[in-house]
Ligand binder design. Structure first.
Ligand SMILES: [Zn+2]
Length: 178
């Protein structure tokens, strides 16, 4: 069965989520990762300045079944993310994940607009149990007196009612701004 890894990867490097600013080289993406995993991806030849709101991404295991991923709640947000970031177990650090690949938002959109279905991929075998573990990683868009909150938070699907924001910049308490 095809997995997300079969989509291939853009050239990329990864670095810690701080500090800013970060400029991606002309020839590769830069994935910023915090302790909980990837938080955003910066396109080649673009800069994420201090105070910029990081672009949203999808995060999934590289071994996720492709057909399952395409039908997941998280993938419904495909048009609103910079990239799909793939993770895999880190052989050097037990229990940790590392970045396995980056699928650009453009590739993702092209694939989704093709109208994929299970039958397209010839999936006839038994389904894996449970929904795929795919996350939407976003940064809060709340702005107060010119300061963007930018607190990262992960979701399985877009909430109908937004939760409270962890509010890392200690602005006025607010709901997470999608
Ligand atoms: Zn916030």
């Amino acid at each position: 069965m095809p997995t997300l890894r079969d989509l291939g990867s853009e050239p990329f490097e990864s670095m810690p989520a701080d500090p800013r600013p970060v400029t991606a080289p002309d020839d590769r993406w830069v994935v910023l990762a915090g302790e909980a995993g990837p938080v955003c991806a910066i396109q080649p030849a673009t800069t994420l300045a201090d105070g910029d709101r990081p672009p949203g991404i999808l995060v999934a295991s590289a071994d996720t079944d492709l057909a399952d991923a395409l039908q997941s709640d998280a993938f419904e947000q495909f048009a609103d993310v910079a990239a799909l970031v793939l993770t895999e177990p880190d052989q050097d650090r037990a229990g940790q994940l590392r970045i396995a690949g980056v699928v650009s938002g453009r590739t993702l959109t092209r694939m989704m607009l093709r109208g994929p279905t299970r039958s397209t991929f010839g999936i006839t075998g038994p389904m894996l149990p449970g929904p795929p573990q795919i996350l939407i990683a976003r940064s809060c868009g709340y702005v107060e007196a010119g300061t963007t909150c930018g607190t990262p938070k992960s979701f399985r699907l877009r909430p109908a009612v937004m939760p409270g924001c962890p509010n890392q910049r200690a602005l006025t308490a607010h709901l997470f701004s999608w």
